[in-house]
Unconditional design. Structure first.
Lengths: 450, 311
């Protein structure tokens, strides 16, 4: 009898260790310390460079204040998680946050961010930002919660050397999804050993899979993700089915990376530091910031990148008007809701994103400048041969419906993409799981079909 | 004591009385006093999170969005959602496969086999083998998991050697459950081995010798003499490794992240994904409660085994 009680006690104790418990890190600080949280991971080191630079400048200009940098070493998904875990408690919440535009509304409704309109009104540089740029940090309540660091667009990179070997034109511009498939099939046949077409499709790529992957397809069809008239998420449509069918074709015909490559959490870094520079990928559907990796300040300097690689616009599904598509996002600097000295935190942001520092960052990280005085600076225009191309995509670009619920829809999309990519479910069953997941997450009234 | 009993006539009485006094012994408060610091720490660091998890399981608490600032009490919604979530159901099945495969069968049988083989071997052999096996146990879980990742991944050392005979494997992708079970057996076997070695060394040699003289062969001696003698150790060990294995997260997460797709997403991994990747803290903690229930079911089964045994 006694022995059994002992066993039961051991059982209970051992089980208790299995319970979910949150982790925390030290942070916070007094009103004389400004903590700055940002991502520093893989080939993305430019933010760290900028923050170190600004910390030195800021502490020199404000001798009484200390800047505490908190670079978070985590891939994008884990970065958001760690940031939100820090935000959950006032003692660990950072004063300045590096914030993805798609999470802004979600983090506003979570109460993590502070509106900064009163400071912006007195900031003369704010007039340099375009109306679109200003809206990037605007919440649904009409207040502004962040200053954009730069934006981005997405398109196709292709390797001219591989194209020449395959007998394809080296000034390639596909007019429809079929043109992409045709080129990829030719490459698979004529240049074995390279990945014909790279598209992010795994949960490990996080928002990158949703935005660089599915949305680059979906926004080239007749449908989108969000119906503005009914204010509902479109969880089933012909465009969605076509997009997933395209994915299925890519992976079932072996035109993409192997599923295991895609599932690697380091895949994004491998694409930019190995796949493209080592001519192992023929076509890459990716973001405008890629060349930042190959500049002198990047993690994989590659002086010949603009000669080896060509760029092409992403065509719409069947080439119908406007012919091409792109997606834009970008990151903000925001003030945390628990900031003890919000003015000092905002001043740090203002200094980080003044003209010289924005120029430094936009060049280093290959961002599309959103400050007029940076965009027109010769040092910006000449910094990257790809800048004119990616800037020209702005006229075709779309923005994500970055409402508070968007991250949940995005997660469901990634799950469906991975299921199709690994061939664990058919397109139709992956899509029905997607629709039911979104419905159970957000409620039946939040979704519609087209 | 022995001398005093010889002097009195009621020889057996004093020891009996003494035993009775001993049992009543010091007061309850004095007995518990040395435990107080431990209990306090447990309450602070265990009970707090556990109670919070329990409460959160009935809310729509999330990491970001409205659920972070003003979580709502939603009753049993999280649990209802679980039953209509095929991935969750699958995760429960995978958890049972993982526990049975790696703990109940793998670690348990392998640990027992090694312990039996090491009996009556030369000291040097015992020390050498134990060192190697316990080495795996001493290693932090994350390090062990990385070793296995380095060993099994397509560019890893196993394929490097297999190449010599023209073979290749990609188990992390093609057979993820097999891969994680293999890694967990490797790491956990030491524990079972130590428990069984200790238990086996307590068996008086004359019992087995008697059985041998009566003509019982090796297997029969094992089944009818050795196992019954160490049955309590077996059940205790089974219970411990089962509960440890139920909560295994690091090994699986490092090796496969629960993938590809959800092919190796046991409940702890899926729980983490929902809570910390998809921000559904409430849903994640609700799963933790269900996991607690699964552990309780296993425990009840084992406790029953002891009971049957004692009859």
């Amino acid at each position: 009898m006694r022995r059994r009680t002992l066993l039961a006690t051991i059982a209970a104790a051992a089980l208790a260790t299995g319970a979910v418990s949150a982790c925390s890190s030290d942070g916070g600080g007094s009103s004389n310390t400004i903590t700055v949280a940002y991502e520093n991971f893989g080939s993305f080191t430019q933010m760290n460079q900028l923050m170190k630079k600004v910390k030195a400048e800021y502490e020199k200009a404000n001798p009484k204040l200390t800047v505490k940098l908190e670079p978070i070493q985590a891939d994008e998904n884990d970065y958001y998680t760690k940031l939100d875990l820090m935000n959950r408690s006032a003692s660990t919440a950072p004063d300045v946050l590096y914030e993805d535009t798609f999470l802004v509304n979600s983090d506003i409704s979570a109460g993590y961010l502070k509106p900064i309109d009163q400071y912006l009104d007195k900031w003369k540089d704010w007039s340099q930002f375009s109306a679109t740029a200003k809206s990037a940090g605007k919440g649904q309540d009409g207040k502004t919660y962040g200053v954009p660091m730069g934006t981005d667009t997405r398109g196709l990179y292709y390797n001219k050397q591989i194209f020449a070997k395959a007998g394809l034109p080296t000034n390639w511009q596909p007019k429809s999804w079929n043109d992409i498939l045709t080129a990829a099939r030719t490459i698979k046949q004529k240049v074995p050993g390279v990945i014909p077409f790279q598209i992010y499709s795994a949960k490990s790529a996080g928002e990158g899979a949703t935005m660089q992957g599915l949305e680059m397809l979906l926004y080239g069809t007749k449908n989108t993700l969000w119906d503005p008239s009914s204010k509902k998420w479109i969880v089933s449509s012909k465009g969605l089915t076509d997009s997933f069918n395209f994915l299925h074709t890519i992976f079932s015909e072996g035109l993409g990376p192997s599923p295991q490559q895609e599932l690697d959490t380091q895949w994004g870094t491998k694409v930019s530091t190995q796949g493209l520079p080592q001519s192992k990928i023929a076509i890459d559907l990716d973001g405008s910031w890629q060349s930042g990796n190959w500049k002198k300040t990047g993690t994989k300097p590659w002086p010949q990148y603009s000669k080896v690689l060509g760029t092409a616009m992403m065509p719409t599904e069947d080439g119908s008007a406007p012919g091409f598509t792109s997606m834009s996002g970008g990151w903000l600097l925001s003030v945390g809701a628990h900031a003890k000295n919000p003015q000092a935190a905002f001043n740090f942001i203002a200094m980080s994103l003044n003209q010289p520092n924005t120029l430094f960052y936009d060049n280093a990280a290959s961002q599309i400048a959103e400050r007029a005085d940076v965009a027109n600076d010769p040092a910006y225009k000449d910094s990257d041969p790809f800048t004119p191309f990616f800037t020209s995509l702005v006229k075709y670009t779309h923005f994500r419906p970055a409402y508070a619920d968007y991250p949940k829809v995005s997660d469901a999309i990634q799950t469906a993409m991975e299921a199709v990519m690994t061939n664990q479910s058919s397109v139709s069953s992956a899509l029905s799981t997607f629709a039911s997941t979104v419905k159970s997450d957000l409620g039946d009234n939040a979704t519609t079909s087209q | 004591m022995a001398s005093s009993t010889t002097l009195t006539k009621s020889a057996p009485a004093p020891p009996a009385q003494r035993r009775g006094r001993d049992r009543r012994g010091p007061s309850l408060a004095r007995r518990i006093a040395p435990l107080a610091p431990a209990i306090l720490l447990l309450l602070l660091f265990f009970a707090g999170p556990v109670i919070w998890s329990f409460y959160t399981a009935f809310t729509d608490q999330s990491l970001s969005g409205a659920g972070a600032s003003s979580p709502q009490f939603i009753g049993l919604d999280n649990f209802r959602r679980m039953w209509s979530d095929p991935i969750f159901i699958k995760s429960l099945v995978l958890t049972v496969i993982f526990v049975v495969g790696s703990a109940v069968i793998g670690q348990n049988v392998l640990g027992m086999t090694i312990a039996l083989l090491l009996r009556k071997r030369h000291r040097a052999v015992q020390a050498g083998v134990s060192l190697v096996i316990v080495g795996a146990w001493v290693m932090p879980e994350i390090v062990a998991a990385f070793c296995w990742y380095a060993y099994l991944n397509p560019d890893g050392s196993l394929n490097h050697w297999l190449k010599a005979i023209g073979a290749t494997q990609n188990w992390l992708y093609t057979a993820p459950m097999f891969a994680v079970i293999l890694a967990n057996v490797w790491r956990g076997t030491a524990f079972s081995m130590m428990v069984y070695s200790a238990a086996l060394s307590d068996i008086p040699p004359d019992v087995e010798e008697a059985a041998a003289i009566d003509g019982a062969g090796g297997i029969r001696r094992l089944w009818y003499v050795t196992f019954p003698l160490i049955r309590r150790s077996i059940v205790t060990n089974l219970m411990l490794i089962t509960l440890q294995t139920l909560a295994v997260f690091t090994t699986i997460y490092v090796l496969t992240q629960g993938g590809p797709g959800n092919k190796s997403a046991t409940t702890p991994v899926y729980m983490y994904e929902q809570a910390f990747k998809f921000y559904n803290l409430g849903y994640g903690t609700a799963m933790a409660l269900v996991l607690l229930l699964v552990g309780a079911i296993f425990s009840v089964v084992y406790l029953r085994l002891v009971k049957v045994d004692e009859r």
